[in-house]
Design a protein around this ligand. Structure first.
Ligand code: NAP
Ligand code: MG
Length: 503
C-alpha cells in the first residue's frame, strides 16, 4: 500500500507563535453586561498556519469568574420570571444575526479551529437554526393538569428555570455546542456563565457580541475565557451555580461532575466516543465508503461521533479496504480556508502529538498502518496529519478501544453480523453507531441491539439533526439528553402544585 508518515514542521506551541504584521484585535470578557479587560491575553492561533494570530483574548481570573456568577445570580430572579415572548424574541434575533454573519463567522471558525470552510459554514448555520428552534421552545413551556385523587383538588405539573447554569464547551464545535447549551438555557429562563475552550475563543466571543447587541439583559449571559485547569474549579465548585452542562473529555468531565455534585448542582456531561461503523457483505460499497470517509476523516476525525472503528464482515473486507485506500488517497489535505480542501489540520500541536502517539501505539500493538501521502498536504506551517487506516487489528488493541480524535480509523475484520454486533457493543463508550447494509432484518436488529445513544443506518456515524435529542450511553454521556425538545429536561425543574377549589 502506498503512503508515508507526515513530518510537519509545525511543532511550536500556540503561545509562542507571533502575528505576521500589526497587532491582532484584543477581545475582552463579558460580565454583567459590560466588556472587561484582563491582565493577561492569550493569542488565538490558526492551526493551518501558526504564523497567523486571529486575535488576543482576555484570560479571566478566578475573581472574574466569581463576579460573573454574582452577576448571573443577581439577574436570575427577574429573568426566571421574564415573559417567554421576551426570551423568544431575543433568541430569534440571535439566530437571525448569526445567519446574516454566517460567512464571516464560518471564516473565523475555520481560521481558529481548522475545520474546512464548507464544514464551518454548516456548523454556523446549524447554530443559527438552534437559536431559532429554542426561540420557539421558549413559547412551549407547557405542563400538565392532572385530576387529584382528592375530590375538589387539581394537580398542576409545571416547569421552571433551574437558575444559574455554567456552560463549559470543547474546541471541536466552537459555535454549535455553545449554541445547543446556551439557547435552551436562556429559552427556559436560566442565566448563563459560559466558559469556552481556550483554543477557540473567537466564535464564543462573536456569539457573545451578537447576544449583547440583541439586547440580552445585563448578567443574564456572561463570558469568561481562559484555561479550564485554572478557572474551571472556580466555576464548577461555586455553590451559586445551580447546573453545569459540560462537553469535553472523560477525564475533565469526571472532575466537573465531582465538583458540581459537592454542592448538589445538576450535571450534564457529553464525553468521548469510539464509534463503530459496521459494513456487512450486502452493503452498497459506494455508500459504505462514503460513510467511512465522511465519518472517519472529515473534520480531521475530531468529532465525538467520528467512526473510529470500522467493523467489516469477511466477504466484503478486501474490496472495502481497496476502495477505502483508493478514495482516501484522493482526499485534499490543506489549509482549512483554501478552496477544495477536504481535510484541514488538527487543532494544535498537542492534539497532533497525541494522534501521532496513537499511530506508534497501533504499530507497536502489531496492526498494519496505511497513511495518505504526506506530500498531498500543502503547508508545513500547520498541524497536519494525513488520513490513516489501521488493518490487521484486534478489538483488544488500544487503537480499537480508546478515542484517538484524529483522522485515523481502525478496521476490524469479523465473520458475520453477530460478531460485528458483539464487537461494536464491546466498548466503554456508546455515543453513535452505524451500519451499512441492504438487509432490513440486520438494520432493524442493529437499531434495537446497538448499545449507543444514536444509531445510523446507511449514514455516517457523525452528522446529526439539530431538532432531535443527542447523547450517548455508558461513558459517553451522563444526565439528561441535549437538543430538541428533550433539552428542557436539564434546563428546567419540575414543580407539582395542588390547588383546592374550596379555599
Ligand atoms: P477537554 O479538555 O475536556 O475540555 C473541555 C472544556 O473543559 C474546555 O473548555 C476546557 O478548558 C475545560 N476544562 C479543562 N479543565 C477543566 C476543569 N478542571 N474544570 C472545568 N473545566 C475544565 O476537552 P477538549 O479537548 O476541549 O475536547 C475534546 C473532547 O470533547 C473529546 O473527548 C470529545 O470526544 C469530546 N466531545 C464530546 C462531544 C459530545 O457531545 N459527546 C462533542 C464534542 C467533543 P480549556 O480549553 O481551557 O482546557
Ligand atoms: Mg485557535
Amino acid at each position: 500500500m502506498p503512503g508515508a508518515l507526515v513530518e510537519s514542521a509545525a511543532t511550536g506551541s500556540k503561545a509562542k507563535a507571533a502575528a505576521p504584521s500589526g497587532r491582532p484585535p484584543r477581545r475582552d470578557l463579558y460580565i454583567g453586561g459590560k466588556w472587561l479587560g484582563a491582565e493577561v491575553y492569550a493569542p488565538n492561533i490558526n492551526p493551518s498556519n501558526v504564523n497567523d494570530v486571529e486575535g488576543e483574548y482576555a484570560s479571566a481570573s478566578e475573581r472574574d469568574v466569581r463576579d460573573a456568577i454574582a452577576a448571573a445570580r443577581e439577574a436570575s430572579a427577574a429573568w426566571k420570571h421574564s415573559s417567554p415572548q421576551q426570551r423568544a424574541d431575543l433568541l430569534d434575533t440571535v439566530g437571525t444575526e448569526i445567519m446574516s454573519q454566517s460567512a464571516e463567522i464560518a471564516d473565523l471558525l475555520a481560521r481558529e479551529e481548522g475545520k474546512t470552510l464548507p464544514e464551518a459554514l454548516g456548523e454556523v448555520v446549524r447554530a443559527a437554526k438552534i437559536f431559532k428552534f429554542f426561540a420557539g421552545e421558549a413559547l412551549r413551556m407547557h405542563g400538565e393538569c392532572i385530576a387529584s385523587v382528592r375530590p375538589g383538588v387539581r394537580v398542576e405539573v409545571t416547569r421552571e428555570a433551574v437558575g444559574v447554569v455554567a456552560v463549559i464547551t470543547p474546541w471541536n464545535f466552537p459555535i454549535a455546542i455553545p449554541a445547543w447549551k446556551i439557547a435552551p438555557a436562556l429559552a427556559f429562563g436560566n442565566c448563563v456563565v459560559f466558559k469556552p475552550a481556550e483554543l477557540t475563543p473567537g466564535c464564543a466571543w462573536r456569539l457573545t457580541q451578537i447576544l449583547d447587541r440583541a439586547g440580552v439583559p445585563p448578567g443574564v449571559f456572561n463570558l469568561v475565557m481562559g484555561s479550564g485547569s485554572r478557572i474551571g474549579a472556580a466555576l464548577t465548585s461555586d455553590p451559586r451555580i445551580d447546573a453545569v452542562s459540560f462537553t469535553g473529555s472523560e477525564t475533565v468531565g469526571a472532575r466537573v461532575r465531582q465538583a458540581a455534585e459537592q454542592h448538589w448542582a445538576k450535571v450534564q456531561l457529553e464525553l468521548g466516543g469510539k464509534n463503530p461503523l459496521i459494513v456487512l457483505d450486502d452493503a452498497n460499497l459506494d455508500v459504505a465508503i462514503q460513510c467511512a470517509i465522511q465519518g472517519g476523516f472529515y473534520s480531521a476525525g475530531q468529532r465525538c461521533t467520528a467512526s473510529s472503528r470500522i467493523i467489516v464482515t469477511a466477504g466484503i473486507h478486501d474490496a472495502f479496504l481497496d476502495a477505502l485506500v483508493r478514495n482516501t488517497s484522493q482526499l485534499v489535505i490543506g489549509d482549512a480556508r483554501a478552496a477544495g480542501t477536504q481535510i484541514g489540520p488538527l487543532v494544535d500541536a498537542r492534539q497532533l502529538a497525541s494522534v501521532r502517539e496513537y499511530l506508534e501505539i497501533g504499530r507497536r500493538e502489531g496492526a498494519s498502518l496505511w497513511m495518505a501521502d504526506e506530500s498531498r498536504s500543502g503547508s508545513r506551517e500547520g498541524f497536519y496529519c494525513p488520513p490513516a487506516i489501521f488493518t490487521q487489528a484486534d478489538p483488544r488493541m488500544r487503537i480499537a478501544r480508546e478515542e484517538i480524535f484524529g483522522p485515523v480509523v481502525t478496521l476490524l475484520k469479523v465473520r458475520d453480523y453477530d460478531e460485528a454486533l458483539s464487537v461494536a457493543n464491546d466498548s466503554d463508550y456508546g455515543l453513535s453507531a452505524g451500519i451499512c447494509t441492504r438487509s432490513l432484518a440486520a438494520a432493524e436488529h442493529f437499531k434495537r441491539y446497538s448499545e449507543a445513544g444514536v444509531v445510523m443506518v446507511n449514514l455516517p456515524t457523525a452528522g446529526i439533526d439539530y431538532h432531535v435529542p443527542f447523547g450517548g450511553r455508558k461513558r459517553s454521556s451522563f444526565g439528561p439528553r441535549e437538543q430538541g425538545a428533550y433539552a428542557r429536561e436539564f434546563y428546567t425543574t419540575v414543580k407539582t402544585a395542588y390547588v383546592s377549589a374550596t379555599g
